[in-house]
Structures are given as C-alpha cells and as structure tokens.
Ligand binder design. Structure first.
Ligand SMILES: NC(=O)c1ccc[n+]([C@@H]2O[C@H](COP(=O)([O-])OP(=O)(O)OC[C@H]3O[C@@H](n4cnc5c(N)ncnc54)[C@H](O)[C@@H]3O)[C@@H](O)[C@H]2O)c1
Ligand SMILES: [Zn+2]
Ligand SMILES: [Zn+2]
Length: 373
C-alpha cells in the first residue's frame, strides 16, 4: 500500500513528506493506522546529526512516539485483532534476551537495530521507488500507516484518547521513570529537574508522585517554568545557580538529593552544574542527549565525585518495562493521578512538521503533536 511519511534523507537535514510503499504485515506484525505522533527532541537530534546514524541507515521514515489503531494483523499472530488501539514503544522488547528476562526491556538487544531504523529481523518494510527506507525506532510515527512488530506495541484501553496515549511511546515514561526509577526519588526528597520540556515535565510529575517535598523546575524559558506548577513543581528557577541555592536552602546547605538532566541539547557544563547541585551521595540522572561534538566533554572533578560519593546515572526510556509501565501510567491518567492532556501545547499535520520542530527549538511547546485524519 501507499502511505504519506515524513522522511529524513541526509544528516543534517529536515523532514520531507513523500509517498512511500509499505509492505503488508508479516507474522508477528501489525498494520497500524496512526492517530497521533509526538514531537520529541530526539527526532531533532536525528535531523541535526547529533544522533549519528550508521552508514546506510538513511533515508528513514521518522518519528518514534505514536498511538494508532490496528488495521490488519499478520498471519499466525495470535492475541491481536483489527480495531485494537495501540501505543508503540520506541524501544522493542523481544522477551527472550538477557535484558528482557531481567526486567530491563528498555535495554533489549533488539533496541540498537531498531534505533538504526532496521526491523528486529534485519529487514525494512518501507520503500521509495524500489529502494528500502528505514523506519525510525521500528515505529515511523510520522507516517499515516506503518507495519510494526508486536515487540513494539502494547494494547491500551478504549477510553484513553489516542492523542494523549501517543505521548506514552517515549516522553511520559522517559521523564516519569527518570525520576521514579533512575533517581529513585523518595518521600521528602529535594529534586531539581533541569529542563522542563516534554521529558522534563514528566520527571516533575514523577518526582512529585514519588513524594518529593521540593521539586525545583529549572528552565530558562518562562512559559515552561509557569507551566511546571500544575505538574507538581514547588519552585522554579531560571539558572542552575538559582536552583542550587533553593535546594541548599531546604537541606541545611547540603544540596539536592537528585538532579535530573532533561535539557534538549545537553552540554558537559550543565552536567557539571548538576553534579555541583546535589548533596553527598546524591544522584545526577542523565536523560538528555548532547550535540555529537560534545559527546566526550564532561568537565567535572573526579576527586569531587569520589570523595563526595556522588553518582551520575544514565537513563534510557526511564528504565521502563513498556509492557508493564505504559498500561500502568495510563491507569494513573484514568484515575486523575497523571496529567497528559496538559502536556500537549500545539497540534500539527505532517505538512507542518518542520514548523513544529522550529517551535520546539524556540521553546514554545511542552509537547507538539501531529494529529492524523
Ligand atoms: N534518555 C532517553 O531515553 C531519552 C528519550 C527521549 C528524549 N531524550 C532526550 O531528552 C532531552 C529532552 O527532550 P525533550 O523532548 O523534552 O526536549 P524539549 O526541547 O521539549 O525540552 C528541553 C527543555 O530544556 C530547556 N533548556 C534549554 N537549555 C537549558 C538549560 N541551560 N537549563 C535548563 N533547561 C534548559 C528548554 O527550554 C526546554 O524546555 C533531549 O536531549 C532528548 O533527545 C532522551
Ligand atoms: Zn523520544
Ligand atoms: Zn529483549
């Protein structure tokens, strides 16, 4: 079949909407009609070239945060029906590898392949004029239709709007889990969230939900700081120095229990500020990604790290097990414990996708969402 998709042809580049050929679902696959797709800063790292793709990965149909409806089920694929509403996870879970078997689906061995745009079985499903086209995260959220592996899909209840469900494909579990799992926020904690966009706002929700007594939303953009209160921030700061002072004020000068770094384009200097802001034996969670050129720049005192026993913890997809966490988070939303509607700032179409990313870079959105017909 034919589908309109936003495709990246080169790095750096921009999204170009083209008609692609899409294969029907094979065994273990679903044809999904997309309903909505979130704009995540990681997509922008792909167009900018910060996330360097391996040779041969381009062209690639973009987007990795989506929800939709199953239109066709592959042969011999039990447990799925036409009409099922699904969220697609940007990382798959094979269920068999060491990481899946250890309750770490986010680290599934199939993840690396899928992030390079290749299906878990090493093949591709989209093509343009007969040449294969990759599929971002095994999802290709910026496509009207996609065939996805059941390893990347989870069924969701009928009463959750697909527009907000889409955000569960990446941003919500990534931010929420960065606080609840990677920072292991405990009741009474003092937490700084550095960068409160689509990911960081969910780290704010997660920290508040885990019982933090003080949640400091740190962002240079005023509208983000203003929005953070509704998600559970108790304080806001425009600079790291200001946030550190607030944290010290609540901890007898010791510093925050954790600082969760969710800046759109992270610098080594910001990570150093986060390390400075935490107390002895505190945790910096590193969720945001840097520019490619900054990948090895971390100007921190290793003595300081050792002698104050501080921890820098990387976090992928908020350490989520998506087949447990996506339904769990949606249950919290249905019970009024998790805000999702409020995350969506602006709606776009595939044709206005590049404007959406321009809005993201200008700091205008918490989350932009492409809505399909
Ligand atoms: N680890 C993962 O699994 C994972 C998953 C998704 C996204 N990410 C990464 O997380 C980061 C955030 O993504 P997003 O979609 O929320 O981006 P976003 O653009 O929506 O939000 C980033 C926020 O950082 C703020 N910011 C910029 N400079 C700052 C500074 N010096 N101090 C504090 N805040 C600052 C911006 O104003 C903005 O509000 C990106 O790097 C993205 O690639 C990681
Ligand atoms: Zn993402
Ligand atoms: Zn696995």
């Amino acid at each position: 079949m034919r589908t309109q998709s936003a495709v990246l042809f080169e790095q750096p580049g921009k999204w170009e909407v083209v008609d692609l050929e899409l294969e029907p679902p094979r065994q273990g696959e679903l044809l999904v009609k997309m309903a909505a797709a979130g704009l995540c800063h990681s997509d922008d790292h792909m167009t900018s070239g910060d996330l360097v793709l391996p040779p041969g990965a381009l062209p690639m149909a973009g987007g990795h945060e989506a929800a939709g409806v199953v239109e066709e089920v592959g042969p011999h694929t039990p447990g799925w029906s036409v009409g099922d509403r699904v969220v697609m996870s940007f990382l798959p879970a094979c269920g068999m590898c060491r990481w899946c078997a250890s309750g770490m689906q986010n680290l599934c061995d199939n993840g690396a392949l899928v992030l390079a745009g290749i299906r878990p079985d090493g093949t591709r499903r989209f093509s343009l004029d007969g040449s294969p086209v990759g599929q971002a995260a095994g999802v290709a959220a910026f496509s009207q239709y996609s065939t996805v592996s059941v390893q990347s899909a989870v069924k969701i209840p009928d009463d959750v709007p697909l527009e907000v469900a889409a955000l569960l494909g990446c941003g919500v579990p990534t931010g929420w889990g960065s606080a609840v799992r990677s920072a292991a926020v405990e009741p009474g904690d003092v937490v700084i969230v550095m960068g409160v966009g689509g990911i960081g706002m969910n780290a704010v929700q997660g920290a508040a939900h885990a019982g933090a007594s003080v949640v400091i939303a740190l962002d240079p953009v005023e509208s983000k700081r203003e929005a953070a209160g509704a998600f559970g921030a108790t304080h806001t700061a425009a600079t790291a120095e200001e946030a550190t002072e607030i944290a010290r004020g609540f901890t007898n000068g010791q510093g925050a229990d954790s600082c969760i770094v969710c800046v759109g384009v992270v610098t080594g200097g910001q990570i150093a500020q986060a390390v400075e802001a935490i107390r002895k034996a505190g945790t910096v969670v590193l969720t945001g990604l840097p520019r490619a050129a900054d990948d090895h720049s971390l100007p921190i005192s290793t003595r300081h790290l050792t002698l104050f026993q501080k921890r820098i913890q990387g976090s992928l997809f908020g350490e989520s097990n998506f087949s447990r966490d996506i339904p769990g988070l949606l249950q919290m939303y249905r019970h009024g414990q998790l805000k999702l509607d409020e995350l969506i700032t602006t709606r776009y179409t595939l044709d206005t996708l590049n404007e959406g990313f321009a809005d993201m870079r200008a700091g205008r959105n918490i989350r932009g969402v492409v809505v399909y017909d």
